[in-house]
Ligand binder design. Structure first.
Ligand code: RP5
Length: 174
């Protein structure tokens, strides 16, 4: 059961075309029953909507903002400039060296306006969701417990994989 009835995490996308590439962020939040909203808005195409959204986010009860964009990916930085909520940036993969443009545009913020940027592709979007959960867990005992259980399972899974690999290696030697 979610702890709240209104979203705690606001996910903004520079384009609807970003969603298929980053939707693992939502799956991670779902795993912890954290409510979120997803909106398309662009730092370049709809700058005024971005400003309004980020400015009002805290008053609306959102606790963490996640911004995903590709190419000249200024969305996370612009969102961060209009709010004191923590902002997590997801660089979206592009055709330019897998999204190096997005990565650098998102991560290379000037001092004083941080964006916590996750990796481009791979586990990046999932990590954005998990990082949001960890931030929310600072003020939620139940999320702390869920995170502890998650980490425990993770360790067990890795140990099982290691045991399987050791057995396979022993088999190869015979
Ligand atoms: C960025 O431009 C978006 O975040 C997206 O990654 C990219 C392309 O957008 P579309 O042309 O597919 O709408 O602002």
């Amino acid at each position: 059961m979610p702890e709240t009835t209104s979203p705690l995490v606001g996910i903004v996308l520079g384009s609807d075309s970003d969603w298929p590439k980053i939707k693992a962020v939502a799956a991670a939040l779902d795993e912890f029953d954290v409510l979120y909203e997803v909106q398309v808005m662009s730092a370049h195409r709809t700058p005024e909507i971005v400003r309004q959204y980020a400015t009002m986010a805290a008053a609306r009860g959102l606790k963490v903002l996640i911004a995903a964009a590709g190419g000249a990916a200024h969305l996370a930085g612009v969102v961060a400039s209009h709010t004191m909520l923590p902002v997590i940036g997801i660089p979206v993969p592009t055709e330019l060296q897998g999204g190096l443009d997005s990565l650098l545009s998102t991560v290379q913020m000037p001092g004083d306006v941080p964006v916590a940027t996750v990796g481009v592709g791979g586990g990046g979007p999932r990590n954005a969701g998990l990082l949001a959960v960890q931030i929310l867990a600072l003020s939620s005992d139940s999320l702390q417990e869920k995170l502890a259980a998650f980490r425990h399972k993770l360790a067990e899974k890795t140990s099982t994989k290691n045991a399987a690999l050791q057995a396979a290696l022993r088999g190869e030697k015979k």
